[in-house]
Design a protein around this ligand. Structure first.
Ligand SMILES: Nc1ncnc2c1ncn2[C@@H]1O[C@H](COP(=O)(O)OP(=O)(O)O)[C@@H](O)[C@H]1O
Ligand SMILES: [Mg+2]
Length: 251
């Protein structure tokens, strides 16, 4: 069974960092397993954190299928879309990556969305883990592109407002009835003592505090220089914290 782990939260709260750290954790601690990373944030940058180049996104494929002359003669639309989708899958040694890209423009996308949904269902069966880096609004999840999520990690910065906003992600999940088996809060870029000061806010959010990824100057430095986070030293603060967090979640 594929384990689907989604990361969601406001922009800048450390979703992409956490997703990359999770992928690294799985590569190192679950050797031999297959991993599909999905960048479902319109502001896509998971590929950079993972050190991969992306040529094609789902957004452009769906947009292209709306052009009258998009499908080459002699090819059915279904086959054409499936072919383009398969090309959008970036294959790396230890994992594959799919980038959803920009939200779609106006008009009805029911038909390509349906194909996308079926395609995701089909390929997800090939993987032991799916790690999905989402935007706060959970747009892709709420369009039910995935049937369910095993674990949802909601990220927040270490402010009261941030935690409240994480609580709203929980409400979105409940309102659109996304099937999530387990959900909790991860505070990113925290400084010492932050978590205990946010205790009350965390309780009010209704989210269980899974853990925190402390501020790590190396993460900022790697990002600043466009270096992949998979290359962070094993003893760096963020990698160590992620290791403890994911171990405790029994992935
Ligand atoms: N633990 C951390 N320590 C230092 N900087 C961090 C940490 N987590 C995230 N950052 C920085 O904060 C910014 C936002 O992080 P990112 O993971 O891209 O957030 P999101 O995907 O939610 O927008 C990035 O510049 C990143 O380098
Ligand atoms: Mg991001």
């Amino acid at each position: 069974m594929t384990k689907r782990i989604a990361v969601a939260g406001k922009g800048g709260t450390g979703k992409t960092t956490l997703s990359a750290l999770l992928i690294r954790y799985l590569i190192e601690n679950r050797p031999g397993t297959s991993i599909l990373a999905v960048d479902a944030d319109a502001n896509a940058n998971l590929n950079e954190a993972l050190g991969l180049e992306v040529i094609e996104t789902i957004g452009t494929i769906l947009e292209d299928t709306k052009k009258p002359d998009a499908v080459p003669t002699g090819m059915t639309k279904d086959i054409f879309i499936e072919y383009r989708l398969s090309r959008a899958l970036v294959e790396d040694k230890a994992f594959d990556l799919l980038v959803m890209g920009n939200p779609q423009g106006p008009g009805c996308y029911c038909y390509p969305n349906d194909l996308l949904k079926r395609y995701l269902e089909k390929i997800s069966k090939n993987y032991d883990y799916m790690v999905i880096d989402n935007e706060a609004g959970l747009e892709h999840l709420s369009r039910r592109l995935l049937p369910m999520v095993d674990l949802l990690l909601v990220t927040s910065d270490s402010t009261a407002r941030g935690v409240r906003s994480a609580g709203r992600v929980k409400s979105i999940v409940e309102n659109v009835q996304i099937a999530v088996s387990k959900m909790g809060l991860v505070i990113g870029r925290s400084r010492e003592g932050d978590a205990s000061q946010l205790d009350r806010e965390v309780q009010n959010s209704g989210l269980e505090l899974f853990g925190e990824i402390p501020h790590d100057p190396l993460v900022s430095e790697y990002d600043l220089n466009g270096k992949a986070l998979l290359g962070l030293p094993a003893d760096s603060t963020a990698v160590q914290a992620a290791q403890n967090l994911f171990k405790s979640l029994d992935l």
